[in-house]
Write a protein that binds this ligand. Structure first.
Ligand code: MRU
Length: 427
């Protein structure tokens, strides 16, 4: 089946919202706001019994790999799902448990969403944006029965709270900004009307993200050749987006077009997104994958096993400097040494044209425990000094091309980036 254009996906979301509005109109009063105490709620409460992803009695149960019924993403692992109307809840795949448990958690409060993003239960730039957009809806839910100034105050507090989760992935701020603008565009509306519009916007962001992944896959697949070895770092796959991913979408699209590839997945110290997530995801989807330690990337390149490198991005500055998971810069240097093309795959929402270069990209520093006691076992002396930046910046000159949903930026420069991103934005 041909991929559905983003515009149509967004329109479908709008239809869903129109139904939502009708449902709300039918109810005489808004539902009571949910409690603010963080808790996991029973998935059974929202289970219609038809969706295999929701056919569980308790969110803490281990369940089979859920998939969406979206025909463009038949193999897609369900990572984020909104259930219900404005008083609904957000279901997330808890990625900290992978690859051992495939378990969903249900969020009813903005604090639960804050915790889920901060602790990397949900991670990867695009899906952080989608999650935050839904988090806003959860956060304002308790204020829909109040007056508009109170609602606006709560909305701003919720947006500020979610913005404090992770500083590097610009998709977070991009999605929160979209939500802020939704409310600003309707100053005369009631709190409930704004809440509905916020839910609509979150759904549109989600379907747009899915469409962006598909388009990135289509554009990038042409850069890969039958028989290629492709190295990737961290996880820029279906687990990191509402769709098929960015870097991995390119791989999935190339494989779907009949090319035989072998993926080398860097394990990605210290949190092992490559080992726990990318290796798991590719294995689930039947794509041949070989897991390597980060320190082995040079060797496999020298041995001629890698013909292309594709990574995702958390933020791309106007000149093309790209922040991505720590270790990406080392891989780019190795690519240059070994003459291997180094591709970045990212949607337009990952570009931050307000920053001239990568020097200004805020880099998240995480707990020393991730290095000294990764996954619960002490592996370094107690009290040792640790430096743990979660991201690094790869200079534009090391990037062969940036694959976006709008096309491939073949020769990375500020002019080429602005042409692709700004020109299309104004259309
Ligand atoms: O710390 P994480 O796991 O959120 O880091 C994720 C990455 O670095 C990804 O490569 C990036 O967000 C792109 S995801 C399509």
């Amino acid at each position: 089946m041909p991929p559905v254009p983003a515009r149509d996906l967004a329109r479908n979301a709008e239809t869903a919202i129109a139904n939502d509005v009708a449902a709300h109109a039918a109810a005489s009063l808004p539902k009571s706001p949910v409690e603010e105490t963080p808790k996991a709620v029973s998935a059974a409460a929202a289970n219609d019994g038809n969706n295999p992803a929701t056919a569980v009695s308790e969110s803490a149960e281990v369940i089979p790999v859920p998939t969406t019924d979206d025909s463009t993403n038949a193999d897609k692992t369900l990572v984020v799902e909104w259930l219900g109307g404005t008083d609904g809840m957000l279901r997330l795949l808890d990625q900290t448990l992978l690859p051992n448990d495939v378990r969903m958690i249900d969020c009813q409060t903005v604090e639960q969403v804050f915790e889920a993003i901060k602790s990397l239960r949900v991670r990867g730039a695009p899906v952080i944006g989608v999650t935050a957009a839904y988090g806003v809806v959860l956060g304002v839910n308790e204020s829909v029965s109040g007056n508009r100034p109170e609602f606006d105050e709560r909305l701003n507090a919720v947006i500020d709270r979610l913005a404090a989760t992770r500083p590097t992935a610009v998709n977070l701020f991009w999605a929160l900004d979209r939500q802020r603008k939704v409310a600003e565009r309707m100053p005369q509306a009631s709190p409930l009307e704004v809440a509905l519009a916020l839910l609509n916007e979150a759904r549109v962001i989600e379907v747009e993200d899915r469409a962006m992944c598909a388009a990135i896959g289509r554009h990038g697949a042409e850069l890969l050749h039958d028989g290629d070895g492709v190295l990737t770092h961290c996880n820029a796959g279906a687990l990191a987006t509402a769709g098929d991913g960015t870097a991995l979408a390119v791989i999935y699209a190339a494989v779907a077009s009949g090319k035989k590839l072998r993926v080398f997945a860097d394990e990605t110290r210290p949190l092992l997104q490559g080992a726990r997530l990318t290796a798991w995801e590719l294995h689930q989807r039947g794509v041949p994958v070989t897991l390597i330690c980060d320190s082995m990337a040079a060797t496999v390149m020298r041995q001629g096993k890698v013909q292309a490198i594709i990574v995702g991005a958390d933020r791309i500055a106007a000149n093309g400097d790209t922040a991505n998971k720590i270790g990406t810069y080392s891989v780019a240097c190795l690519a240059k040494t070994h003459g291997v093309p180094f591709y970045v795959a990212a949607p337009s929402s990952t570009f931050d044209l307000s920053l001239a270069t990568g020097e200004k990209i805020p880099i998240e520093e995480r707990s020393p425990h991730e290095i000294t006691q990764g996954f619960g076992r002490q592996t370094a002396p107690e009290g040792i000094d640790v430096y743990n930046p979660a991201f690094d910046v790869t200079p534009a000159e090391l990037i062969t091309a940036i694959i976006t949903e709008r096309g491939v930026i073949g020769s990375v420069s500020e002019a080429a980036i602005r042409k692709m991103i700004e020109l299309n934005d104004s259309n």
